[in-house]
Design a protein around this ligand. Structure first.
Ligand code: 5AD
Length: 374
């Protein structure tokens, strides 16, 4: 048997996959990728219940104190038009998500650590929890914070947190962040999130300048090493008003999309029962990018349901879609995408990752950690 086929066999038999095996899978050509995606779909069916969970994504502010070299809302992009939703705006968007049967919302913004921000988020989370009931999931994606801040937001009612490591390789991390940004700090923040009892999500960008399959395999092994519950990954897409765009000469959209899809599939085979998002970046590269993500083994979609007039300003990268996703028609479209990928859209349930639920059952798994609303 060919090496590739035999590694797919190992993965399906749930034998351990090391860096070499992961690299071979990540190097799949177009033909091999079909086998890879099929295996990932069958692993999803086996290990997640085969439901696709929707999370209403609310981009609450594009103000950011960070200056990441790839990101369109970096502090020194003076062309970005800055906005911040108020508490009423955030609460209204969350109600919209609940009304559409999305079961949970994700509050995402640039990174701010000042007290008035920390306070405002606490109030907004408390209000969303009160207005939508104890079963409505509240996820935060608000960057690196102190353990104390994570605790306050958790006490307010948040129970999931997404914090990408961006890239596990110190070399690449340093290449795409300004001097002084520390990967160790990100790791500490992820540890603090786990300690405070969140369901922890992380992820990386693929298709970065200078990144190879070894780096991507290391990223996947990093997810495993921190026992992540949720993964959100997407291909890097150059934004013209950022320094990294000048180094992205060899970048091409087809290749970036293909790499992004392979990362989802290999991640599914390695981590099995985690939640994996089919992200907006895939959709930006192709109108059916998100559907392709489901076909590669993802089980979460985060439709953007914030106010339309703001989507144009939350431009992390070029070509980010600004369509209204908070409608019945949009939900119906997602349902057909899920069916085409051999799965089904869940309605009105928050969709905890099975990985997290299993972890709680293990010796030392703390039942206290189960999300409890105040
Ligand atoms: N291309 C793709 N993803 C990006 N992000 C930021 N800028 C880009 C870009 N140019 C991702 C980062 C961040 C998330 C919110 O968006 O991974 O964590």
């Amino acid at each position: 048997m060919e090496e590739f086929d035999s590694i797919i066999g190992m993965a399906l038999a749930e034998e351990p996959l090391g860096r070499n095996e992961l690299e071979v899978l990540l190097r799949a050509d177009a033909g091999q990728a079909q086998l890879l995606f099929q295996a990932a779909r069958s692993m999803r069916a086996r290990c997640t219940g085969n439901l696709i969970y929707l999370r209403g994504l609310i981009e609450i502010s594009n103000v950011c104190t960070r200056d990441c070299l790839y990101c369109g809302i970096r502090r020194s992009n003076f062309k970005a038009h800055r906005y911040t939703l108020d508490e009423d705006g955030i609460a209204a968007a969350a109600r919209r998500a609940a009304r559409l049967g999305y079961g949970s919302a994700v509050l995402q913004a640039g990174e701010r650590r000042d007290e008035s921000w920390v306070e405002m988020i606490g109030r907004a989370v408390r209000r969303i929890a009160a207005e939508n009931g104890p079963d409505f999931g509240i996820t935060l994606s608000l960057g690196g914070q102190s353990e104390e801040t994570y605790r306050r937001w958790k006490a307010a009612g948040a129970h999931r947190y997404l914090l990408r490591i961006e890239e596990a390789s110190p070399r690449l991390f340093a290449a795409v962040h300004p001097a002084g940004y520390s990967i160790a700090e990100r790791r500490r923040a992820l540890t603090a999130l786990r300690k405070t009892g969140y369901q922890v999500g992380t992820g990386v960008m693929s298709a970065l300048p200078g990144q190879n399959e070894t780096d991507l395999a290391e990223d996947l092994l990093f997810f495993k090493s921190i026992d992540a519950d949720m993964i959100g990954m997407g291909p890097y897409i150059p934004h013209p008003d950022t320094p990294l765009a000048r180094e992205a000469g060899g970048w091409n959209p087809e290749k970036a999309l293909f790499t992004g899809l392979k990362m989802i599939a290999v991640c599914r085979l390695l981590l099995r029962d985690v939640n994996i998002a089919s992200t907006t970046a895939l959709q930006s590269l192709s109108p059916d990018g998100r559907a392709l993500g489901l076909q590669a083994g993802a089980n979460v979609i985060m439709p953007n349901i914030g106010p339309d007039e703001r989507k144009r300003d939350y431009l992390l990268y070029a070509g980010k879609p600004v369509t209204d996703e908070g409608t019945e028609a949009a939900r119906k479209a997602l349902e057909s995408e899920a069916l085409a990928a051999g799965a089904e859209i869940a309605r009105g349930i928050s969709g905890d990752p099975r990985h997290y639920l299993e972890r709680l059952k293990q010796p030392g798994g703390d039942a206290e950690l189960i999300h409890k609303k105040p």
